[in-house]
Design a protein around this ligand. Structure first.
Ligand code: SF4
Length: 342
């Protein structure tokens, strides 16, 4: 007989018990109100007899990869990241690369594959490798409890905690993790609430609020935007996204991601290199100083040039940093500051 593993449901933060036995979850702006036994829209938080519990503290993945792969281009170049990923997501994106993790509980084809995290072992492994600790692939904000525990254990070893996130958090959720997050890469997938809802099932506004809130708290923030042909690669949309990012900070790195057909969008074309090139121009026209294309444009899409004197300062391969020419976080030639965590 095959034994199918079941999730371990652990106590969750940011749940308010209501007098009638329901619980309101205040982690993400869906703010689900859950009757006993009911799970939220993310499918990994539920009301167990009046107590909010989470299944997101059980990673299905723990492996080392390059920080450039998250992607982070202005944070600890060349460092390895021990990446863990539990199940669940607060979004439903039909093109999700990692739907076998993110769509647990919603898509019957997605099995449970996680097992309870061992934070001490994760931190010990990261320390041996001198790696940062990253939560990625699925939605890390759902694993806020695990993030806090890892951060507590990692602090004495000086290991930064990183997220690759959709940024869909309440103010209370963002404030809970801001003190322990060193850096986050947040997806900004669309230009308007309506377009963002069509792509993800959720509005855009709270994502931009999280960008502002985490930055104000001192967390290093980079942005990613996937370009889906015919859906999120129109020039007017990209101009609007770039404009909104530039209003926040023109020096915030913007990563333009090539879409590849996945999950329920297998018939969609991949992003053409020319679209990525044009999107990069749009970003620069909006005033963004650091606009990157990981793939499709070769080294010119990945390398960092000084916004002051245009000399090349950081050279990158596909998933690695090849050389860094900075002096105290600044260009050694013209002394222009290059923001980041160096
Ligand atoms: S994290 Fe969001 S989607 Fe999940 S239960 Fe809480 S409010 Fe609902």
């Amino acid at each position: 007989m095959t034994v199918i593993p079941l999730p371990l449901w652990q106590p969750a933060l940011l749940g308010t018990a209501l007098p009638d036995g329901r619980v309101r979850c205040e982690l993400c702006p869906h703010e689900c109100v859950l009757a006993p036994g009911e799970s939220g829209r993310c499918a990994v938080r539920r009301n167990d007899g009046g107590v909010l519990r989470t299944a997101a503290g059980s990673p299905a993945v723990a492996h080392l990869d390059a920080i450039e792969r998250k992607p982070f281009y202005h944070a600890w170049p060349g460092r390895k990241v021990l990446t863990v990923a539990g199940p669940g997501c607060s979004f439903r994106c039909n093109y999700c690369l990692n739907y076998r993790l993110s769509q647990f509980g919603r898509d019957p084809a997605v099995p449970w594959t996680g097992s309870a995290a061992e934070p001490a072992a994760i931190v010990a492994r990261a320390d041996r490798e001198r790696a940062a600790i990253g939560l990625s692939y699925s939605e890390p904000s759902l694993a806020v409890e695990l993030t806090l525990e890892l951060a507590d254990r990692a602090a004495p070893h000086d290991l930064p905690i990183l997220w690759k996130s959709n940024g869909f958090l309440t103010a209370a959720g963002a404030d809970l993790v801001a003190p322990v997050l060193a850096a986050v890469n947040i997806d900004v997938k669309a230009a308007t609430d309506a377009a963002h809802r069509r792509l993800t099932g959720a509005p855009l506004g709270p994502v931009l609020d999280t960008v502002r809130r985490l930055r104000a708290a001192g967390v290093w923030v980079e942005i990613s935007t996937p370009l889906i042909p015919g859906i999120s690669d129109r020039e007017s949309d990209l101009r609007a996204i770039a404009g909104r990012l530039a209003e926040i900070d023109q020096t915030m790195p913007w990563h333009l991601l090539r879409f590849t057909p996945e999950y329920r969008m297998l018939r969609q074309d991949p992003t053409a290199p020319e679209s990525l090139r044009r999107a990069r121009e749009i970003g620069r026209e909006a005033g963004l100083r650091f606009v990157y294309v990981e793939r499709a444009l070769g080294p010119e899409g990945r390398n960092t040039r000084c916004p002051g004197c245009d000399r090349e300062l950081i050279a990158r391969g596909l998933w690695e940093t090849l050389s860094v020419t900075l002096a105290g976080g600044a260009c050694p030639h013209c002394r222009a500051s290059i923001p980041g965590r160096w």
